[in-house]
Write a protein that binds this ligand. Structure first.
Ligand SMILES: *Cc1c(COP(=O)(O)O)cnc(C)c1O
Length: 427
C-alpha cells in the first residue's frame, strides 16, 4: 500500500517508510492511496471471527506485503491482549471501554502496534531510531509502555513539569531501559514546540520519528475496536451512532476509516471540551485554530487538532458531505462534572471526564428509537483520580497495574530550553 502526503508536495511512499518517518518531507500527514471496503460476507459472519482475526482483516490492506502475514498476526496478538467491553448505561446507549490495556488509556493499542511494526522494520538496521514525543499526559505512558524493550528503538518523552497527574508521571518516568523522560520547565505547548524544532534541525544526526497519532501505525489500528463494538451490537439491529471524545481527532478519524471499509455506522459525533475549533468549523466552514485552554478532560486540550485534515480528506474536502455524517459539540467543565454525577446516580457507573464528554455528545444530538449510541470511554477514571473522586465523593479503587507503578521511583532529567534537548540528543 502506498501513502501520499496531504500537503501534496512529497513523493508517495510505502507503509514502511511512512511508519519510520512519521510525517512526509513536506510536513504533511500521510494518507492511504486507496481504501477498499471489506466483503459483505465478512460483515455477515463477523460473529464467527475472533478479535485477532477481525484486526487482521481490517489492517492487512494498509500494510500490504510489507510485513509477512504470519508476522502481522503475531504483531496483532501482541497488541490486542485485553478486552474492550461494552457497558450499558441507559436504554439506548453504552460505554465502550478502551482502557483495559497496560496504561489504562486507548492509546495502548496504537502505541504497541506501532512499536512492533518499527521493531520489525528496523531489525537489520545498524542505525538506532529515536522516537521523540511530547505528551500532555496519556500519550507518554502508552508510548513508554508500548516501546519498552523494543530493539533498535530509543524513546525520548518530553512532558511539562507539574502539569501531568501523579499516575501519568509515574507511568512515563519509572520504566528505564530504552525509555528516557525529560521534564520540561514549561507547558505542553513548549514541549510540542521543542519536538517540532528538533524534527526540523539538520544538525541533529540521530534518526528521529514521532509516535503521535500523525503516525499511520498509531492511527490505523484504532479502527479495531469500532469493529469489536459492532460485533457485539449487531444483534440489536439498530443504527449505530458513535460519540468520540476528541482532542487531536485521531481516534474518531480511525472510526471514519472503519466506516469507509463498510462498517455500518450511521453517524459520528466528535465531542470536545471548550477547545472548540472543530465545533466552530461545523457552524460556518471556517477553520480557525487557537491556543489550547486547560480543562478537566486535559487529554483533549488541543486547539489545532492534527488529524482534522485527514477527516476532511475522507469526505473529499466537501463540507456538506462531512456535515451530514459528522457532528461536533463542545462542553464546559461544569457540564462534564454534572454529567459524571448524573451517570453515576442513574446507573452507578463511574466514567472519567473524557467519557462523560462523549456521553454528553450523544445526549446533545439525541437518539431516536431506531438508533443506539456508543460513547468511547477513553481512559480509566483512576487516571483522573482527583476530579472523579471530588466530583462523585467516592473512592476509586486503584487497579493493580497502577499501584505497582506508584511504588516505583521517578527518574527524569530536567530541561529548560531547546538547546538542552539538542545537547541531550547529540550525546
Ligand atoms: C488522547 C486522548 C483523547 C483524545 O484522542 P484523539 O485521538 O487525540 O482525539 C481522549 N481521551 C483520552 C483519555 C486520551 O488520552
Amino acid at each position: 500500500m502506498n501513502y501520499y502526503s496531504l500537503n501534496h508536495n512529497s513523493p508517495k511512499t510505502s507503509f514502511k517508510n511512512a511508519v519510520i518517518s512519521g510525517i512526509a518531507p513536506d510536513r504533511g500527514l500521510y494518507f492511504p492511496e486507496k481504501i477498499t471496503p471489506l466483503s459483505s460476507d465478512f460483515f455477515k459472519n463477523i460473529e464467527s471471527y475472533t478479535h485477532h482475526e477481525i484486526a487482521f482483516e481490517v489492517i492487512k490492506q494498509f500494510v500490504g506485503d510489507e510485513i509477512p502475514e504470519e508476522k502481522l498476526k503475531e504483531i496483532i496478538s501482541e497488541t490486542i491482549f485485553f478486552d474492550f467491553p461494552l457497558v450499558k448505561i441507559d436504554e439506548n446507549s453504552a460505554s465502550l471501554e478502551l482502557f483495559h490495556g497496560p496504561t489504562m488509556a486507548f492509546k495502548d493499542v496504537g502505541a504497541k502496534f506501532m512499536a512492533k511494526c518499527l521493531e520489525f522494520f528496523n531489525q537489520h538496521n545498524e542505525e538506532e531510531l529515536t522516537v521523540l514525543v511530547a505528551t500532555s499526559g496519556d500519550t507518554g505512558g502508552a508510548v513508554a509502555n508500548g516501546f519498552l524493550g523494543t530493539k533498535g528503538v530509543n524513546v525520548v518523552i518530553l512532558y511539562p513539569s507539574g502539569k501531568v497527574s501523579d499516575i501519568q508521571e509515574k507511568q512515563l518516568t519509572t520504566l528505564g531501559q530504552n525509555i528516557t523522560a525529560l521534564e520540561v520547565d514549561g507547558v505542553f505547548d513548549d514541549c510540542q514546540e521543542m519536538v517540532k524544532t528538533a524534527f526540523l534541525d539538520s544538525e541533529i544526526t540521530r534518526k528521529l520519528t514521532s509516535a503521535n497519532s500523525i503516525n499511520i501505525a498509531r492511527w490505523l489500528p484504532q479502527m479495531f475496536y469500532f469493529f469489536y463494538a459492532y460485533k457485539e451490537l449487531k444483534r440489536l439491529k439498530k443504527d449505530l451512532i458513535f460519540s468520540v471524545p476528541s482532542g487531536n481527532f485521531g481516534n474518531i478519524c480511525a472510526g471514519i476509516v472503519a466506516q469507509k471499509l463498510g462498517l455500518p455506522i450511521k453517524h459520528f459525533i466528535a465531542a470536545t471540551n471548550i477547545n472548540d475549533t472543530v465545533p466552530n468549523y461545523l457552524i460556518d466552514g471556517t477553520y480557525q485554530p487557537k491556543p489550547s485552554k486547560a480543562t478537566i478532560s486535559n487529554a483533549m486540550d488541543v486547539g489545532n487538532p492534527s488529524n482534522f485534515i485527514r477527516i476532511q480528506e475522507l469526505y473529499q474536502n466537501d463540507f456538506e458531505t462531512l456535515k451530514s455524517n459528522f457532528s461536533s459539540y463542545s462542553f464546559t467543565d461544569d457540564e462534564t462534572r454534572e454529567t459524571l454525577k448524573k451517570i453515576y446516580s442513574n446507573s452507578g457507573y463511574i466514567a472519567d471526564p473524557h467519557g462523560a464528554v462523549g456521553y454528553l455528545g450523544l445526549k446533545k444530538r439525541g437518539l431516536n428509537s431506531s438508533e443506539f449510541g456508543v460513547f468511547l470511554e477513553t481512559a480509566h477514571p483512576v487516571k483522573f483520580l482527583d476530579v472523579v473522586e471530588e466530583t462523585l465523593s467516592v473512592k476509586v479503587e486503584i487497579p493493580a497495574q497502577i499501584q505497582q507503578i506508584m511504588d516505583k521511583e521517578k527518574v527524569a532529567t530536567k530541561i529548560k530550553s531547546y538547546q538542552e534537548l539538542k545537547d541531550y540528543l547529540s550525546k
